[in-house]
Write a protein that binds this ligand. Structure first.
Ligand SMILES: [Zn+2]
Length: 486
């Protein structure tokens, strides 16, 4: 009897120590940050931009720190999907949310568009956690959608939103607004649908800042949305804030999310910096750098939270793919970079497009346009300045300006012009390319690339994210660390 008792005791002890070890290794709070289009070049350019501002007299380039660049564990992931080496945001977010590869454009369905996948947010919810999804772009966009919806096509915006608002997964959905709030125009309004399904709708700065654990399920919509129902570009938010406007940042939505979601069982929060990608498509380096700073500030909120909950928090920071083929170094600057030149740019390409539209309406001269270029980018026709334009620069600006002064529906672009401007406003693109190149930055594409993508991790279980692996393993490794099984 005694022997049996001893064996039983030993077993109980062994099992409980395993359980304790598992408990200790399981994060109560999981933050998943996705910088859309944020490859290593975007991170590095932002580090050297900040470093060159912080160390103006340094002989050597000094990389500044972002909130996540000193995380203790660093991995790399492959991002290809079932149809492309250069994948899109839907398939890559599907990989990270469900651990499965699919076709570009598909959200959480298999390649035959027959069976849907179960999401990490659903597993987390079943384990008792609250779930939050935040994006700086519209909430029905591919990346946020992948964490709460399953549709054969990412462009089913209304269906995506309906799944999020009528489903049971989400406790907090926040950031931009919806692209199709009334569906085809006859369908139920999404904000009414949200209220009917128990969501508190917060759509003023005051209401969003006041959110707390008593707010229940929350749909928080930015009251100052910009292009395509997204948050303002950070570079524009900063300029407008300097002029006295109060516009929420991505970090504000993470803060509000923590206030809403914190509970005794913890939470899983996905936060997307969506316009790193958009500024990459448009080859607007300064805007991209500011978007990366805003994203870093959002991660900092989680880092501060982790400092208060050190043995309970996991933070993963990664991207879905790189956008634009950004690189550091340009033919005319040889081995030099001049990142501080970009501090002269205070406007995003979309806000500058609006300036150009006004110029077109006013039938403005090229000289009028150049005054706006100097005002917002610091580029000048004065000689011997850092940002002095060469004759060739002025010629390319003139050519782009003439095209931009033709009303959009009357413009006919040849192949060469299509390549030069990528379908964007020609004058904005010409200005961006010139200031990028003077700073020592350039782009190879207006689309996504096949670059491998960094993964930064800190906190409970973070060591699991080291090494080179596939983006589907971000799902698998997060599941393992959280103690969840498929
Ligand atoms: Zn993307």
């Amino acid at each position: 009897m005694k022997k049996w008792l001893l064996i039983a005791l030993a077993l109980v002890l062994a099992l409980s120590s395993v359980a304790m070890a598992e408990d200790a290794a399981t994060p109560k709070y999981v933050f998943m940050f996705i910088g859309d289009g944020m490859g290593n070049p975007q991170v590095a350019a932002t580090q050297y931009y900040l470093g060159s501002i912080e160390n103006p007299d340094s002989e050597f380039p000094v990389p500044g720190e972002l909130s996540f660049t000193d995380f203790p564990y660093l991995g790399m992931v492959t991002t290809y999907d079932a149809s492309s080496f250069c994948p899109d945001s839907a398939s890559t977010a599907t990989s990270m949310a469900s651990g499965e590869k699919t076709l570009s454009g598909v959200l959480n369905y298999d390649v035959n568009l027959e069976n849907s996948f179960k999401l990490i947010t659903e597993y987390a919810k079943e384990a008792g956690k609250k779930v939050g999804v935040i994006s700086s772009v519209s909430l029905d966009h591919a990346t946020p959608a992948a964490y709460y919806a399953k549709v054969p096509s990412r462009s089913q915006y209304y269906d995506i939103a309906v799944q999020g608002l009528t489903g049971t997964t989400l406790d907090y959905l926040a950031g931009g607004s919806f692209l199709k709030p009334d569906g085809d125009g006859t369908q139920e309004n999404l904000f009414e649908l949200a209220k009917a399904n128990g969501f508190t709708v917060a759509n003023t700065n005051e209401a969003i800042r006041a959110l707390d654990a008593n707010s229940g399920r929350v749909l928080a919509i930015d009251p100052n949305t910009a292009d395509s129902q997204s948050l303002n570009y950070e570079i524009d938010r900063v300029r407008k804030a300097a002029a006295g406007e109060d516009i929420l940042s991505l970090a504000d939505y993470v803060k509000a999310g923590i206030n809403v979601l914190d509970n005794e069982n913890g939470f899983f929060m996905m936060c997307e910096g969506g316009k790193i990608d958009w500024s990459g498509h448009a080859n607007d380096a300064a805007t991209s750098i500011h978007e990366t700073i805003a994203f870093s500030d959002a991660v900092q909120v989680a880092v501060d939270f982790a400092a208060e909950h050190p043995d309970e928090t996991l933070i993963i920071v990664t991207a879905d793919h790189e956008t634009g083929g950004m690189t550091i170094g340009f033919a005319t600057t040889a081995y030099d970079t001049h990142f501080t030149y970009l501090t002269n740019q205070t406007i995003s390409f979309t806000n500058f497009d609006a300036v150009i539209e006004q110029l077109r309406e006013q039938n403005a001269t090229f000289e009028d346009a150049m005054a706006e270029v100097t005002r917002y980018y610091g580029l000048t026709t004065e000689p011997d300045q850092d940002l002095s334009l060469t004759e060739a620069d002025v010629e390319s600006l003139k050519a782009a300006y003439e095209l931009s002064m033709i009303p959009k529906d009357e413009r006919k672009l040849g192949d060469e012009e299509a390549l030069l401007y990528g379908g964007y406003e020609p004058f904005s693109m010409a200005v961006s390319h010139i200031i990028n190149n003077k700073a020592g930055l350039s782009y190879t594409s207006y689309s996504h690339t096949g670059l491998q993508i960094p993964v930064y991790a800190m906190g409970v279980g973070a060591e699991a994210f080291s090494g080179l692996y596939d983006n589907t393993d971000i799902f698998n490794r997060t599941m393992d660390v959280m103690g969840l099984t498929k």
